[in-house]
Design a protein around this ligand. Structure first.
Ligand code: G3D
Length: 151
């Protein structure tokens, strides 16, 4: 069972939106990112940094940063939030990855465990997925696309 937290917010300019992917090590963040790259409608730019990729979905650009989940890296997460008013307008997408693994928690169980219903000030969504097959990833992207600039 793996769990991905993907935090998304908008720059509100030129239809480019910044996505921060955070989660535990081994949760499948890199696999998800590269599934997006393989299946995207248009892939405009190759790797900018080691874990930064841009994808384009229906003319909307997503700059996706996989910033790593290691504890030692977490203190630097806030540097990614600068210029974004500290995530005030962020929408939160949680990928419940590795749904193919026997005995994994369901999205509903994860949602309850994380008390996601207590999130009142940001739109959020939990999406079951299997990054190996790509199942569920498009639905997550669609949710992201539909929540751009809604706040
Ligand atoms: P991370 O970037 O979050 O650290 P990775 O995680 O994307 O590197 O994935 C860690 C391992 O989990 C990889 O296995 C990857 O293939 C596997 N994985 C990712 N998504 C899934 C999934 O949906 N189902 C299953 N069963 N495995 C998944 P390896 O063996 O390469 O370390």
């Amino acid at each position: 069972m793996g769990l991905i937290f993907a935090k998304l917010w908008s720059f509100f300019c030129d239809q480019e939106h910044k996505v921060i992917i955070v989660g535990l090590d081994n949760a499948g963040k890199t696999t998800i990112l590269y599934q997006f790259l393989m299946n995207e409608v248009v892939h405009t730019s190759p790797t900018i940094g080691s874990n930064v990729e841009e994808i384009v979905v229906k003319n909307t650009h997503f700059l996706m940063w996989d910033i790593g989940g290691q504890e030692s890296l977490r203190s630097s997460w806030n540097t990614y939030y600068s210029n974004t008013e500290d995530l005030r307008k962020a929408a939160v997408l949680i990928f419940a990855n590795k749904q193919d693994v026997k005995g994994c928690m369901t999205a509903a169980e994860i949602s309850k465990y994380l008390t996601l219903s207590s999130i009142k000030d940001h739109p959020w969504h939990i999406q079951s997925c299997c990054a190996l097959t790509g199942e569920g990833l498009c639905q997550g992207l669609e949710w992201m696309t539909s929540h751009i600039g809604v706040r």
